[in-house]
Design a protein around this ligand. Structure first.
Ligand SMILES: Cc1cn([C@H]2C[C@H](O)[C@@H](COP(=O)(O)OP(=O)(O)O[C@H]3O[C@H](C)C(=O)[C@H](O)[C@H]3O)O2)c(=O)[nH]c1=O
Length: 173
């Protein structure tokens, strides 16, 4: 049975920070539940996930910002240390244009619940970093939007100034 979730609001409308309390560690290693339907429902998070993803990157790789208008995401870091930034791209949101960064790491086990219309970017702070995220919609590249990591309109803080980027992220296309 899962422990009670520690769910807190963030500076961004609808984005939640979750600190799973099943942080079990012993001399062998550790264990954490990353989803428990009943416990998350009790915490007000009731989403049917249809896809689970793992993305791994080398130090200072930055992926994003990417988002779409339909998909909820549940994000965590199974390995390494990430700096994850969520940017509210919803023009009708009270926090439109605002961003918030989070250290999401294997050791803190933090999860982020990200609603549609919020773009996500992350940069790897460890030698190797893995992002794991659940999606409520199947991947559809054509329905995604991209915002440049350093778009001057949003003045986002990043702990890395010269990240390693894909062409898509370099061009913001
Ligand atoms: C997202 C996704 C990608 N792919 C394939 C498509 C490409 O052949 C390859 C890499 O895709 P892409 O370069 O778009 O991946 P990222 O730039 O890391 O972006 C993706 O992963 C970061 C972490 C995000 O946060 C984005 O939401 C997501 O778009 O994986 C799939 O087959 N299924 C998928 O759900």
């Amino acid at each position: 049975m899962s422990e009670v979730l520690d769910v807190s609001k963030t500076q961004l409308e609808g984005v939640l920070l979750i600190k799973p309390l099943t942080n079990f560690e012993d001399f062998r290693g550790g264990f954490v539940e990353t989803w428990h339907q009943e416990a998350y429902e009790k915490a007000g998070i009731d989403v049917k996930w249809v896809q689970d993803d793992l993305s791994w990157s080398h130090q200072h790789v930055l992926r994003g910002f990417h988002g779409d208008w339909k998909t909820h995401k549940m994000v965590c870091c199974p390995y390494g240390r990430l700096w994850v930034v969520i940017l509210d791209a919803r023009e009708d949101s009270p926090t439109y244009g605002k961003s918030q960064g989070f250290a999401v790491t294997m050791s803190n086990r933090y999860q982020l619940f990200v609603p549609p219309g919020c773009a996500m970017g992350h940069v790897i702070m460890s030698e190797l970093g893995m992002l794991s995220y659940k999606q409520s919609q199947y991947y559809d590249r054509d329905s995604q939007f991209t915002i440049k990591w350093d778009d001057p309109r949003f003045n986002v803080y990043w702990p890395v100034q010269n990240p390693i980027l894909s062409l898509r992220d370099k061009e913001g296309i």
